[in-house]
Design a protein around this ligand. Structure first.
Ligand SMILES: Nc1ncnc2c1ncn2[C@@H]1O[C@H](COP(=O)(O)OP(=O)(O)O)[C@@H](O)[C@H]1O
Ligand SMILES: [Mg+2]
Length: 194
C-alpha cells in the first residue's frame, strides 16, 4: 500500500469516529473504562493514558477510576526532539499547558517523568487497527518512535490500543517501523494478540 492509501484510510476512519454521537461517545467511554479496569492489576499500577481528541475514545472515566488505585501518566511531546513522547505523572493537581498541536498536556516537570519500563500498561489512541494488532495512528509516528526499542527492555508495558469498533479494518498496511499492539480494547471487545 502506498502513502496515499494510508492517508485515504486515515481520512475515512477519522470521519467515522467523528460521526459518532455524543451519547455513543459517552457510552463508549464508560464501557472501555470497565474493560480496562478488568485488565489492570488491583492496585499500585502505573498506566499511560491520553486526553481524547478528534473523536477518540474519551478516557476521562478510565483516568478517574485508575487514579483511585494506581498512578496515571499522560504523554508529553519531547522538549528536545519534538518527535518522541515522554510520560508524566498526572493527578488532579497537575499544571497543564497546550502543546504545538493545541492538545492539552502536563507542563514540563522532570520530577513527574515516568520511564516506559515503569509502566504496566500503555493505552494508545489510534485511527485504525486490525485483528493482528497492527496500529494506524494519526500519521506522526510518535508512538512508533517512542516505542522503537521497547522490546529490548527487561520489563516493558503491555501495549494497548483503545478504539471504537468502527476503527477496525480487515488488514492494515504495515511499515517496518510500525510497533504492533499486544491488546486492543473496544467498547465490545478485548482482542489479545498472540
Ligand atoms: N522509529 C522511527 N524512527 C524514525 N522515524 C520513524 C520511526 N517510526 C516512525 N517514523 C516516521 O514517522 C512517520 C509516520 O509514521 P506512521 O507509522 O505512518 O504514522 P502513525 O504510526 O502515526 O500512523 C513515518 O514517515 C516514519 O518515517
Ligand atoms: Mg505507525
Amino acid at each position: 500500500m502506498t502513502n496515499l492509501d494510508r492517508r485515504e484510510l486515515r481520512k475515512s476512519l477519522r470521519a467515522k469516529r467523528n460521526a459518532l454521537s455524543a451519547a455513543q461517545q459517552q457510552q463508549a467511554a464508560a464501557l472501555v473504562s470497565q474493560q480496562i479496569q478488568a485488565i489492570l492489576p488491583a492496585q499500585d499500577f502505573c498506566v499511560a493514558t491520553y486526553l481524547a481528541n478528534d473523536g477518540e475514545i474519551d478516557l476521562a472515566p478510565t483516568i478517574t477510576a485508575c487514579q483511585q488505585r494506581g498512578s496515571v501518566t499522560l504523554p508529553v511531546l519531547h522538549p528536545f526532539t519534538g518527535k518522541h513522547l515522554l510520560f508524566q505523572h498526572y493527578t488532579g493537581h497537575t499544571h497543564m499547558t497546550f502543546n504545538r498541536f493545541g492538545i492539552s498536556e502536563p507542563a514540563p516537570d522532570s520530577t513527574a517523568i515516568r520511564l516506559l519500563s515503569q509502566h504496566d500498561l500503555l493505552l494508545m489512541p489510534l485511527v485504525g487497527f486490525d485483528a493482528a494488532g497492527n496500529r494506524l495512528g494519526m500519521g506522526g509516528g510518535f508512538y512508533d518512535r517512542t516505542l522503537a526499542n521497547v522490546h529490548h527492555l527487561a520489563k516493558r508495558p503491555v501495549l494497548v490500543g483503545v478504539a471504537h469498533d468502527c476503527q477496525q479494518v480487515e488488514q492494515l498496511p504495515v511499515e517496518a517501523w510500525d510497533i504492533p499492539l499486544d491488546l486492543i480494547v473496544t467498547p465490545t471487545q478485548i482482542i489479545r494478540i498472540s
